[in-house]
Design a protein around this ligand. Structure first.
Ligand code: CA
Ligand code: CA
Ligand code: CA
Length: 486
């Protein structure tokens, strides 16, 4: 893919500071090499500068030296149910300045957080949000992560917008998605909760409608969404441009992905680009970033001028912004890509139960192993009972290694695997846990530790024939276990 323009500077920033009460002052003092700014402000009698104050100020700053802001898609759903209060808290704690949430109205007109039209995916209930009263909705329990019918229930409930805004008040901004048609009701909630400075409206509505809203509520933060269908709307703002534009391009050749167009936006506003899926910013995705930053975040920032990135991987993006590295192999560890199996064919190097590559990813020519490309994550897919794969593993240093696997599956159970080294007997079955989506990869500890000598080993991964199997393998990882005192 082409990098479209002379590069923007990729700003490095301090590692994310956990927003826990006990850690904040000390962490800032350590990070800055001095006293915590909050503590100084309190001592001098000035009001403390909250993370939300800083996010509000940063959002309105489009100057050349600005840092990149992180927006957490549906909150930190890797640690809590999407669009839940814990997901909002965890996103901010993990370093996001902005949390994206989706708003719908209940039958009795209460704005609540829910992405889908129905509650089926994310709760233990069924039906349309608009057909349920708030009391009915509140009786439901949210499922973990991205939900799904086989995903475990939590004790968390569907939050109201008022609860979400209150949770964010001192921590950061809230990108209010799907609210434009209810914008006045939403505005009233922001006023009532004292969170006018936290709420970020967005739409791709006609510019006259946007201008009327911004005139009526001069304090409202607003971002305008542009793609090739409404690229001309930018000019209609004249000299009264919003502080941010969300740019969506499914192809690198789109008008809105052009260098001149993006330079024009950057001159007056922040540029928000999405990394969650293919087609939001061509194929520059979160997952591609984890393989090589140039395939995602580095190019979005350096080439396309992104100054806000919305992500499904807050921690990895924060690490990238702090260090310049993404998806790095831990020191001393060995990563074995699932799709990089030994060659040699069916029955020799692997066993795959149906001919050819059933996946849409870059399988090896003439081989039957199924390889999928899940928004940039290249993984073995269509994994079924009785299948097996072999790998050549170069161990750099003799010692004890813990085995982990980066996997995905929306099922409970998802499946199991066994590992055998150097022709030995397969080990105990390792259970794959539901990650709440085929596209939701997570590194899971296998509970297996092996002592391995330095040098090349053969590793065979096999799936029991008598167990349910429907999961995807991005990679296996051997991580050195450090003995105490070593
Ligand atoms: Ca196959
Ligand atoms: Ca298969
Ligand atoms: Ca892989």
């Amino acid at each position: 893919m082409l990098s479209p323009m002379p590069s923007y500077k990729i700003p490095r920033r301090l590692p994310a500071v956990r927003l826990t009460v006990t850690a904040t002052a000390a962490a800032w003092a350590m990070a800055l090499g001095g006293a915590a700014p909050g503590a100084l402000a309190v001592e001098s009698g000035a009001p403390a500068d909250t993370a939300a104050d800083r996010a509000h100020r940063d959002f309105l700053d489009h100057g050349p030296g600005i840092g990149v802001m992180t927006a957490a898609h549906r909150g930190q759903w890797r640690e809590a149910p999407e669009n839940s209060i814990p997901a909002i808290r965890e996103a901010f704690a993990d370093g996001a300045e902005i949390v994206e949430v989706d708003i719908r109205l209940t039958k009795d007109g209460v704005p609540v957080l829910m992405h889908d039209e129905t509650v089926d995916r994310t709760t233990d209930g069924t039906g349309r949000v608009g057909d349920l009263t708030y009391a009915q909705l509140r009786a439901l329990r949210l499922r973990e992560g991205l939900g799904g019918r086989q995903t475990a229930l939590t004790a968390d409930r569907v939050p109201t917008l008022a609860e979400a805004m209150t949770a964010a008040r001192t921590h950061g901004l809230v990108n209010l998605d799907q609210v434009w048609q209810h914008r006045e009701a939403v505005w009233r909630v922001l006023e009532a909760t004292g969170t006018v400075r936290n709420g970020l409206f967005k739409s791709r509505a006609p510019v006259t409608e946007v201008k009327a809203f911004r005139t009526r509520h001069p304090g409202a933060l607003y971002m305008h969404l542009v793609d090739d269908a409404n690229a001309t709307s930018v000019a209609e703002f004249g000299n009264d441009r919003p502080p941010a534009f969300e740019v969506v391009f499914d192809e690198v050749g789109d008008t809105v992905a052009g260098a001149a167009f993006l330079r024009g936006l950057r001159a007056t506003s922040r540029v928000w680009i999405n990394g969650m899926r293919d087609g939001l910013a061509a194929r520059y995705t979160d997952e591609a970033s984890l393989i090589a930053p140039a395939r995602g975040w580095a190019t979005l920032i350096g080439g396309y001028g992104a100054s806000i990135i919305q992500t499904d991987n807050v921690e990895a993006l924060e690490t990238y912004l702090a260090t310049g590295a993404a998806g790095a192999v831990p020191t001393g560890a060995v990563r074995i890509q699932g799709e990089e199996h030994v060659l040699g064919g069916e029955g020799v190097a692997y066993h795959d139960i149906d001919a050819g590559n059933r996946g849409d990813g870059p399988g090896r020519s003439g081989e039957d192993v199924d390889v999928c490309d899940h928004d940039g994550a290249v993984a073995v897919c269509w994994m079924r009972g009785s299948e097996w794969l072999t790998y050549a593993v170069d161990v750099p240093r003799s010692g004890s290694y813990a085995l982990k696997a980066r996997v995905s599956s929306p099922y409970s159970p998802a499946g199991t695997y066994r590992l055998a080294f150097d022709g030995g007997a397969p080990g105990a079955a390792v259970r794959v846990a539901n990650t709440t989506g085929h596209h939701a990869f997570a590194l899971q500890a296998g509970g297996v530790t092996r002592t391995l000598e330095r040098g090349r080993h053969t590793l065979r991964l096999s799936l029991d024939a008598d167990a349910f199997q429907n999961w995807n393998l991005d990679y296996l990882q051997l991580e050195p276990v450090t003995a105490p005192g070593e």
